[in-house]
Design a binder for this molecule. Structure first.
Ligand SMILES: NC(=O)c1ccc[n+]([C@@H]2O[C@H](COP(=O)([O-])OP(=O)(O)OC[C@H]3O[C@@H](n4cnc5c(N)ncnc54)[C@H](O)[C@@H]3O)[C@@H](O)[C@H]2O)c1
Length: 284
């Protein structure tokens, strides 16, 4: 059901690669809620061709940009304002990539030039986007910028590797820039810390299926899907959350506040056979 929460709002959505992408779901929802926006991704991602389909479905122009390149970002912001006919109201940063994860290098054996790339692509790109937007005064008052994070910024989860450091930096940039942009222009900057989600970026993480299963058993509400994450993003772009800024907002079914759940415990209790138990206790 649509509520017209983004009627008249304009934005830029970074990071839709394919139908599984969180940004893809956000684009569909934003369109449904009445927004107009530009879609962007790297030239390599655009060559894969799937983004054209989304562009058609949302009536959205596509502008290539490598989010680590200041020049690409300037071109993107200026052209977006031209195409959308004015300043924007929201930005989604849904970007993440670690060459160390891709190459299977473990955290105690990092390649430092890859590490710098991880930080540049997955975290510093948010700073660059905000800095370019501010330089061109591209975001309207009460605008909203959202970046996607993960609980590995606060807790150590096996396999997440240098992406954990990138997420910690990303969340810090959201706070630091959120102060400046809030004070000057009443623009909100937040991160959403999302459950593990089956996407191209997610499935690159070692042991990802087990992580999904562990989170599902631990979270009282279960893992949040990409479509549910899109719903949450829409509320943050809307006028209903005008005083929410500089926050890392967990969207994880309660995972981040849990220690051990009954469902997880039964998995590790050698004397308890969850499958053949006749009665499950009510308090999971
Ligand atoms: N999937 C998960 O489990 C999960 C959980 C929490 C947070 N997140 C975060 O959500 C965001 C979106 O990831 P996703 O899971 O939808 O996967 P995805 O692979 O669909 O999206 C990642 C996107 O980053 C883009 N990208 C990579 N390098 C770029 C660059 N230099 N410039 C611009 N774009 C670039 C890719 O082209 C891709 O579109 C990421 O920040 C990710 O870390 C994902």
């Amino acid at each position: 059901m649509a509520y017209n929460l983004l009627e008249g709002k304009k934005g830029i959505i970074f990071g839709a690669l394919n139908e599984q992408s969180i940004a893809w779901k956000v684009a569909l929802k934003a369109y449904e809620e009445g927004a107009q926006f530009v879609l962007t991704n790297t030239p390599v991602a655009l060559r894969m061709g799937e983004l054209d389909e989304l562009g058609k479905a949302c009536n959205a122009p596509i502008i290539p940009a490598d989010a680590t390149s200041f020049e690409d970002l300037e071109n993107l912001i200026i052209k977006s304002m031209e195409l959308l006919g004015g300043k924007i109201d929201f930005v989604l940063h849904s970007i993440g990539m670690s060459p160390n994860v891709r190459k299977g290098l473990s955290y105690d054996n990092l390649n430092y030039s890859y590490f710098e790339k991880t930080l540049d692509i997955s975290a510093i790109s948010l700073h660059k986007i905000l800095q370019v937007c501010r330089k061109h005064d591209a975001i309207n008052e009460w605008g909203s910028v959202v970046a996607l994070s993960y609980v590995a910024a606060q807790r150590t989860l096996y396999g997440y590797n240098d992406m954990a450091d990138a997420k910690a930096l990303l969340e810090s940039i959201a706070r630091s820039f959120g102060y400046i942009y809030g004070r000057e222009k009443r623009i909100r900057v937040n991160t959403i810390s999302q459950s593990p989600t089956l996407t191209t970026a997610g499935s690159g993480i070692r042991g990802f299926d087990n992580l999904v299963d562990f989170s599902e058993r631990t979270s009282p509400l279960g893992n949040a899907t990409a479509a549910e994450c899109a719903d949450y993003c829409i509320t943050l772009f809307s006028d209903l959350t005008r005083k929410v800024t500089m926050q890392n907002l967990f969207h994880d079914g309660g995972f981040s506040s849990m220690g051990m759940s009954y469902r997880a415990m039964t998995q590790y209790n050698k004397s308890f056979d969850c499958e053949s138990a006749e009665e499950m206790p009510t308090e999971w």
